[in-house]
Design a protein. Sequence first.
Length: 560
Amino acid sequence: MKTKLILAALSLSVVVSCAGTSPSATVSPASGASAGAIEAHMQFLAADALAGRETGSKEHEIASLYIATQLQALGLKPAGDNGSYLQRVPLRKARLAQESAKFTLHVDGKNTQLSYPKAFFTGPSLQFAQTKVTAPLVFAGYGMVSKEFGLDDYAGLDVAGKIVVLLTGRPDSLPSEEAAHLSSQKTRLAAERGAVGIITVHTPQQEKVRPYASSLLYLNTPSMEWLQPDGTPADSYPDLKGGAYVHHEAAAALFSKAPQSLADIFTQLDNKQNPAGFELGVSATLSRDSSHEDISSPNVIAVLEGSDPVLKDEYVVITAHSDHIGYSNDLRNDDKINNGAMDNAAGVAILLETARLFAQLPEKPKRSILFVIVTGEEKGLLGADYFAHNPTRPIEKLVANVNLDMPVLLYPFADMIAFGANHSSLGKVVEQAAGKEGIALSADPMPEQAIFTRSDHYTLVKKGVPAVFLMTGFKSQDPKQDGGKIWASFFAKHYHKPSDDIPSLIKDYGAIRYDFGAVFADINFNIALDVANTGQRPYWLKDSFFNGAVGQPYNREAVK
């Protein structure tokens, strides 16, 4: 099997090396990074032959081998398991038996079946082959708790042994990144309070952001989780036996005996109010069958060792995810391969070019640079979370993380969004590095998307490591191109679709801006270089929500 993977990788390398280059495939005169190198990496990683780099697939293994050998060729040393460039991540893959998903609502002795998947959908259980739970329903608002923001949606509620009904989303009053973190804690909070199931209600507001129908394209997509040494899935809650996501029209029936109707709740949301929880006076039965398969998939890890006798034992971590979502379930489209050109072949290409810039330095940085290319991001940040719990270097020695995920290289961006930069001393570092390239920093333009918790850096943030996640902004240097409109168009038409491939993107937007990928790489390089050579390690700002509220930061001497 390994021989076949190597031969396949070599044959694909020949295809890439013989491919024609675009006019932008040169070294940008204002840039140390090579646009041509970024183009070549993207052509390989987003090729049809890699079949969308599905986690656990042989094609993702080929992509990982390509990345590892590129880093090896640069002279970087292996930093994975057993002296290799790979860290194998043990995973459980779970599939739902579609016909088994059942949601029965019990009201005054009458049983009503909700239709699957029109009225509700669910995912497989990672713990059990069969699950069935019957319990009373309790509405708990958004299902959020935060002392810092005065939130407790469980106040006065007893949810032990019950199924909680939660609204998707979060209060508009919360800051974007803090809200994203608090939203990600909903499952844990319900489990800690003894709930036996979670029903999430799709709201009209969410329908505007992400239509219910969009989620149905992923019904056959398996769920995954990394496995702990005892073989049990990490970050899972065995007492939560049932789960369902319900269309807002179908969800009205859940409130038929409640003191407030669901329409009343939606009116409160329209008025920016946070609904209080209450017993719903009805019960439900949730059941499903799941099949399991234990697999593995690699993280790729390499290190450029630092030059300082003391600081070389500390590491600046640069991350990007190499996986994508494989084949499409959309029967309306003849093209089934989700190539993932922007998501995230572009990010990996920029990481590889950043590694080249470091490898070619005449004098190595003081701190070491750890390049971690993770698997399973699309399945829930799995490779990154596994690394955060099983780091190949001591966690307290990881001083900062710079993460690259889906830079949209379709216009000459004039600004960047650096998620998390306002929470630590990294903010000034990012601002200076971007400023060298004439790029401004902008605030999160899409707080409703909760992007801060949706990429790999977040797993290290929870361990206390200051991090930034860099994304192309919405401003364009070309007055004839509206960066925001192009970004929104990409997100609506191509994100997680087979058309996130190089030919389709060129057809819709013109030449891929590999030259601005080089600018992105230069910024990324200068951020990491600054951190690597500065005596004081990055620190959380004293008033940051993430200074102690999340994880256990190792550097508590924070200042403004």
